[in-house]
Design a protein around this ligand. Structure first.
Ligand SMILES: [Zn+2]
Length: 310
């Protein structure tokens, strides 16, 4: 990805090197939306979430197609981040120096997601609210509870923040065989996809509904939520590609990452066998398919995992 020299987001809060708190709860908390490591489910119901999603997609139906506008090269519809409220009150930058390349990369990818999603929301008459992205090391306290880096990157709907320990990228490379900067960009874009789901009411509804669900049903809906976040990451990649900043092989890196972190592939690697009922992020093939689907069209309407067979 040709990211150097592009705008960097002010919404990165660097808390590396700080202790996140005195103790460590393994496995994360319900309500967190993690990338794939480990899994959990809540406690039976379904279809109100479907209605919300339909409403969201219906917003689009009653007007111009935002994608057409964005694709039309009208730079005016892709705000450069100006005018967005930035708030660094949580940033306490005692970690690595601000100049470090990983932070610059993460800040640039986050800025690209801000521009793309601001444009999409604006074209739908909505206002996008930028998420914060917290860089941490070791463990961290979020509105979703304590988490350790072992749990992988996650999005916390309660505080609208993406949490990322960048050592996860090394793990992605070495342990999961997913290398490349665009594999990393996909991880960030997936978490930002959860933020979009939060802003559009999908996550709150899911969190509420899964309290009343049986495990299998909650897992199935979790897969729908996760695959939609993958598809949203693909939509982001679509518009990023149109800016001419993707390099040959970038999308393959992202698709490979989606493959490597699929529930079936991960379970085979970690325990030698698969338990399909426990899948909560989607199989490798599903994750690749939905990422590719968003990427191909750039249309949110192609990301309706709740009303389309997955
Ligand atoms: Zn996720």
């Amino acid at each position: 990805m040709l990211w150097k020299g592009r705008r960097q987001s002010d919404n990165v809060q660097d808390q590396r090197g700080q202790s996140g708190g005195g103790f460590n709860l393994p496995g994360g908390r319900p309500g967190q939306f993690r990338i794939p490591i480990g899994g959990r489910a809540g406690g039976g119901g379904i279809s109100t979430i479907v209605i919300l999603v339909v409403v969201f997609f219906a917003l689009k139906a009653c007007g111009i197609d935002p994608m057409q506008i964005l694709a039309g090269g009208d730079g005016g519809l892709l705000p450069g981040g100006g005018g967005q409220i930035t708030d660094n009150s949580g940033a306490q930058g005692t970690g690595a120096p601000a100049s470090d390349e990983m932070k610059q990369f993460v800040s640039t990818v986050l800025a690209e997601t801000e521009d793309t999603w601001s444009g999409i929301f604006q074209a739908n008459g909505l206002t996008y609210e930028d998420p914060k992205l917290v860089l941490f090391s070791g463990q961290i306290r979020s509105a979703c509870g304590f988490a350790s880096s072992a749990a992988g990157p996650f999005y916390c709907p309660g505080d609208h923040k993406v949490y990322l320990d960048t050592t996860f990228f090394q793990q992605l490379d070495r342990q999961f065989g997913a290398s490349g900067d665009f594999a990393q960009a996909y991880v960030i874009a997936h978490e930002v996809g959860h933020h979009v789901q939060n802003l559009t009411g999908i996550l709150p509804k899911f969190n509420q509904m899964r309290q009343q669900m049986g495990e299998a049903q909650a897992n199935h809906m979790s897969v729908q939520v996760e695959l939609q976040a993958d598809c949203f990451a693909g939509v982001w990649a679509h518009f990023t590609g149109q800016k001419g900043i993707l390099e040959q092989g970038d999308m393959e890196e992202a698709l490979n990452a989606a493959q490597q972190i699929g529930d079936d592939t991960m379970q085979k690697k970690m325990q030698g066998y698969v338990i399909p009922e426990s899948f909560n992020h989607g199989t490798s093939q599903q994750r690749q398919t939905w990422l590719a689907r968003g990427y191909r069209s750039g249309k949110l309407s192609d990301c309706d995992t709740f009303n389309t067979p997955i």
